[in-house]
Design a protein around this ligand. Structure first.
Ligand code: NAD
Length: 287
């Protein structure tokens, strides 16, 4: 039976430590502040934004929300981003995805100052991640790396197989694993014979968005299995991309859904906001 990687508990510990750090910053007159931009009325986005504001509240991070009408133009969105880039009190800017179809999210990310890019999505942050510089690591990959650290899972020389090549999960996660000396394979919807790849993974990471996609026969005995997926079944249950009950029997470690990677993502966002406020208040920062 696998050891369950308790993301919820680890995230709580990280948030508690961040609260101590945030209190100290406030004593020095530094008030960490996150600005969130949401365009339109996507119900899932609303839930995510709410949990981010709740986490800020708990830690003592100041929070402002910019709710924009879904008819907003790219220029108007970019103007708001520019305004927040220039607003000294704001340390972190988060643009909630998805955006309405007529808006180009990459263009919007490009407009965010990399010094305030707490999601780690701007080309500068991604470039620095690839080159091994000090940067904001996007929150889900960062959360997964923290889990490895907490459970002493050493990636050196390990075969890591990631299913999913998105800009927010698969690709940055691959870079993080590479930086930790793993041999990394990224699989995606066009990968041929997926099982051949997943079967040889010492560490298998699923970031697909399809309920129970990874079945027991796709997993090597003793593998570490990380489930990034968040899916709702027809009866409203929240499940991951991995068939948890069966895979748990053969894996060495496994993350549950809910209570695994999800809470870690928010904890690492908070971590990045605190980092941003420290960097911005440090006159000698080379960040
Ligand atoms: P995405 O839709 O951008 O990417 C999905 C990836 O899965 C694509 O690269 C695609 O090639 C791959 N894929 C699709 N079908 C496949 C198949 N049959 N075989 C192999 N690969 C296939 O999604 P995303 O934004 O990366 O998110 C992935 C999942 O992770 C979603 O369920 C999302 O809700 C979840 N997510 C969770 C967190 C968290 O905090 N836990 C954060 C971000 C995303």
């Amino acid at each position: 039976m696998a050891t369950i990687i308790k993301g919820k508990a680890l995230a709580k510990k990280i948030r508690e430590n961040l609260k101590v750090e945030c209190d100290k910053l406030k004593e020095e007159g530094i008030k960490p502040r996150l600005a969130v931009i949401m365009v339109g009325n996507n119900p899932a986005s609303k839930v995510y934004v709410k949990s981010k504001s709740k986490a800020c509240d708990e830690i003592g991070i100041e929070y402002e929300e910019h709710l924009l009408d879904e008819t907003i133009t790219q220029q108007e969105l970019n103007d708001l981003i520019q305004k927040l880039n220039n607003k000294e009190e704001v340390n972190g800017i988060l643009l909630q995805s998805p955006l309405p179809q007529h808006l180009d999210i990459n263009q919007a990310f490009k407009a965010i100052s990399y010094r305030k890019d707490v999601d780690g999505f701007t080309p500068s942050s991604v470039g620095k991640l690839v080159m091994g510089g000090d940067t904001f690591i996007s929150c889900t990959p960062y959360g997964v790396m923290k889990m490895f650290e907490e459970y002493n899972i050493d990636l050196t020389g390990k075969e890591v197989v990631i299913i999913g090549r998105s800009n927010i999960v698969g690709k940055p996660l691959a870079q993080c694993c590479l930086a930790n000396n793993a041999t990394v394979t990224i699989c995606h919807s066009r990968t041929k014979d997926l099982k051949t790849h997943t079967k040889r993974a010492d560490i298998l990471i699923a970031a697909i968005g399809k309920a129970n996609f990874v079945t027991k026969d796709m997993v090597k005995e003793g593998a570490v299995v990380i489930d990034v997926g968040i899916n709702r079944t027809e009866d409203g249950k929240l499940v991951g991309d991995v068939e948890f009950e069966k895979v748990e029997k053969i894996a060495s470690y496994i993350t549950p859904v809910p209570g695994g990677v999800g809470p870690m993502t928010i904890a690492m966002l908070m971590n990045n906001v605190i980092k941003a406020s420290k960097e911005q208040s440090n006159k000698n920062s080379t960040f």
